[in-house]
Design a protein around this ligand. Structure first.
Ligand code: PGA
Length: 251
């Protein structure tokens, strides 16, 4: 871990309605406040945002997706303008959005632009599939996702963005990247950011995500370019997520 403040972010996906969200947020918030050296965020379902926000004192709450436009005839969608009234963060480009819902890197780039326009901070996810890794295309894929996702992001705006490197083959599979794979990919992301944004890259946080749990996190967290984690399954209960926060605090 570097001198960048680590960020531990939970992604609850389609779990925890408002009542459960309020209870779990309060339990995680208590752990977050006893580790002030770690930033904590929770990406919760839209309908649970208000309940989680009300239960959060120290940690920050965000949405898991947003539409690329700020309003209009888009039944069932939620805009960044709406989110900005209720929370400070949004997760964009998660692999489930890319692969299950067909979101292209260009669309994700437009969503990033919409979120920045409304002052939301962003966690932008990138990562390769197993086929792409095995064919040696990891860096090419991740670079292309960064280029499209950050296309509209100028030097003055990059500070509001965190990148989450999440290899698709490690998400929800129980098969985490090795510390070296995670560290190498996060370093490559930082190199890409440095080439585009200069020294600002050294202040940006780059997270690893994919089957992070209390047994594997300390070794991954020790990698110098890994500044925290985006955690799915292990963020659904306070016990495991709070242990991850404590491990980051000790790293
Ligand atoms: P996982 O999910 O920790 O359950 O692998 C990570 C993610 O989807 O962000």
């Amino acid at each position: 871990m570097s001198n960048r403040t680590p960020l531990m972010a939970g992604n609850w996906k389609m779990h925890h309605g408002p009542a459960a969200a309020a209870r779990l947020t309060a339990k995680i918030d208590a752990a977050a406040s006893s580790h002030p050296g770690v930033d904590v965020a929770l990406f919760v379902p839209f309908v649970s945002l208000a309940a989680a926000q009300a239960a959060a004192e120290g940690l920050r709450v965000g949405a898991q997706n947003a539409h690329e436009r700020q309003s209009g005839a888009f039944t069932g969608e939620v805009s960044c303008a709406m989110l900005a009234e209720i929370c400070p963060l949004v997760l964009l480009g998660h692999s489930e959005r890319r692969h299950l819902y067909g979101e292209s890197s260009a669309l994700i780039g437009r969503k990033v632009s919409a979120a920045l326009d409304k002052g939301l901070e962003i966690v932008l996810c990138v990562g390769e599939t197993l086929n792409e890794r095995e064919s040696g295309a990891t860096l090419e894929i991740v670079s292309a996702q960064l280029a499209a996702g950050l296309e509209s992001v100028g030097e003055g705006q990059i500070a509001g963005i965190t990148i989450a490197y999440e290899p698709v083959w490690a998400i929800g599979t129980g098969r985490n990247a090795t510390p070296q794979q995670a560290g190498d990919a996060c370093r490559a992301v930082r190199d890409w950011l440095r080439a585009r944004y200069g020294d600002a890259a050294d202040r940006l946080r780059i997270l690893y995500g994919g089957s992070v749990n209390p047994d594997n996190w300390a070794d991954i967290a020790a990698e110098p370019d890994v500044d925290g984690a985006l955690v799915g399954g292990a963020s659904l209960e306070a016990e495991s997520f709070n242990r991850l926060i404590a491990i980051s605090a000790a790293a």
